[in-house]
Design a protein around this ligand. Sequence first.
Ligand code: IDP
Ligand code: MG
Length: 149
Amino acid sequence: MERTFIIVKPDGVQRNLVGEIVGRFEAKGFTLVGLKMVKVSRELAEKHYDVHKERPFFGSLVEFIISAPVVAMAWEGNGVVAAARKIIGATNPLTAEPGTIRGDYGIDIGRNLVHGSDAIETAQRELALWFGSEELVSWEQTVKPWLYE
Ligand code: IDP
Ligand code: MG
C-alpha cells in the first residue's frame, strides 16, 4: 500500500495545530503508520531539502526547520501521496484554497505549516531518511471495509 511522508513544521507545532493537522488525514481515512516528535539536526534538514540547495531560500528554510521541534509522520492509503498534497494545499498559503491546511491556517510562504512528499519516489526517499524501518508500523484498520470497496 502507498505511503507518504508528512511533517508538521515548527510553526504548526508552536501554534498548537498538531491535532488539527493530524485530524485532517485521520478524518480522510488514511492510516497512520509512523509518528514522532523530532528536534531536527542541521544534517537531516540539509539532506531533506537537498533538492532546494541552489535556491535563494535554502538557508532560511533549513534554519526554520531546525528552529523548534517538528512532528514527522508516515501515512498509508490508496493514492495517499497526491491526496495529501491536496489536503495540504498550494505552497503559498495566500493562494492555497480554503479548506486546505495551508489555505485555512497560513499567510506566509515561509510559514506554511506542513511538508508533504511530492511523488511516490520522493516519499520513499524521505521515509527512509526520517524513519528507521522498526519505527514504521504495519497494521490493518478494522474500519477498512468501510473505507474501501
Ligand atoms: P512544497 O512544500 O509545497 O512542496 P517546495 O517548492 O518543495 O514546496 O518548497 C519547499 C518549502 O520551501 C516550502 O514549503 C516553503 O516553506 C519554502 N519555499 C518555497 N518557495 C519559497 C519561496 O519562494 N520563498 C521562501 N520560501 C519558499
Ligand atoms: Mg516540496
